[in-house]
Design a protein around this ligand. Sequence first.
Ligand code: HEM
Length: 512
Amino acid sequence: MPQEASTIIATPNHNVLTTSNGNPVDDNQNSMTAGEFGPILLQDFHLLDKLRHFDQERVPERVVHAKGGGAHGYFEVTADVSNLTSAKFLAKPGIKTPMFARFSTVGGEKGSSDSARDPRGFALKFYTEEGNWDMDGNNTPVFFIRDPLKFPDFIHTQKRNPQTNLKDADAYWDFLSLVPESLHQVLILFSNRGTPFSFRHMDGFSSHTLKLVNKDGVAHLVKWHFKTDQGIKNHSDEEAMALNGSNPDSNVEDLFMAIERAEYPSWTVYLQVMKEEDAAHYRWNVFDVTKVWPHGDYPLQKIGKMVLNRNPKNYFAEVEQAAFSPAHMVPGIDVTNDKMLQGRLFSYIDTHRHRLGVNYLQLPINQPYRTFVAHHQRDGPMNFSENFNGLPNYDPQSQAPQDLQEQRDDLRVKMSKVHLEGSTGRFSPRQSKGYKPEDDFVQPGNLYRLMKGPEQDDLIKNIVGHMKNVKNEKIVQRQIELFNKADPEWGQRVQEGLDAVKRPPRAHEKDE
Ligand code: HEM
């Protein structure tokens, strides 16, 4: 027997290498053959076991947000918000809740660069005593679109061309130039905030308007803000481009190494709070995720602190298998009529089943481990729980032990109510009462004018650097028209920038 086979350490708890079913392995270096130079035997279970597992060790990557890093930590309440919400984990200052965060880019594949110009995902899982709450946001307060029907099309334009498998600047700007409500997010994305220095140096937002509901069932509309205590820090376009080549994992590495050095990143957590009845009269549709509530109208109220202080022990188990869903809510936090949010309530729990299987909530990283899970879902592939032993798998029922009989619907859980009237239909915001043609340009125009000189210079440079690759001149002109509508100077500067750089032959030039 070769020397090394008998001394291999498999895990800290075992001193013998085993097969997946626990049998000791006699030799991990030499396959079993028929004679010294003959073919391999089918009876070499260790070889087959090893190859078969390797052959199947990839799960599908996330269809978006495939590249990312994560860490464990806690959330601490620092202000009394019991008038706003009955959520137990927010009940009083001082309560600490364990949590897990995952940060990501959006469009690239699992091996793509951390410094790509892209929004960053800001996904948080709070392990509360009332089950898990997932706050699945971004590092931007707004989004490109406001109807989930557009999401797959939008993402297709950010990914690869179906024929060339290359990134496609024409598709990218074609879609955006035809969707004026995207302009606000385009502005943020093409500022240097589109290339954050690290995950530690960026803010996070719920982006959507959510609800908090108190013990009397009174609801308030809220937006969540997570402000980095490390300060905002971004890369210039040149720095980001250089990192694409020299260290495509710079952000994942930065987070991991900072926590290893015990430099624990933290975020101060704020809410913007609006009375429900005010929404109908507000200047902006509060359920339109392409709009912010200016802080002058709804100031930030400090309510907590989030600290990340523990690295994952295993990337696949804890980061890759983490599954966040906007539908995972605790009593006291509720959804709103934001159409995008409504679409997301379906999409995530659907994709999790595709990516991780129907029992993905039994995976340790996803388990609501601080509560007793009780339901009638049973069986399914890779069910590694006790499967509720002999408890009834139906309801209503009268046969469970008395103490479990009492675990009926929780009447303390107050649902917020939404009053609705009207007919069903497909409604365009542009045709809705009160819509003004300038609506999608006011907030981006204001933000453009708020930017300081060098910030504006970088914005124009970053836009020109990307748009110069567009071949179809009609697309360029349509997008410039959108910039013009927000601020004529913005459109003019992009046009001048494009005129000054070398561009690929335009579509109409090729035809001539
Ligand atoms: C990931 C769909 C809009 C933030 C994902 C995933 C899907 C998806 C299918 C992959 C999830 C997984 O495999 O675990 C959608 C749809 C949207 C939408 C259909 C619009 C209708 C948004 C918006 C935000 C957002 C508006 C931010 C405000 C995220 C984040 C992740 C993600 C942070 C990564 C979660 C993680 O780290 O695992 N989205 N998304 N998405 N989405 Fe969305």
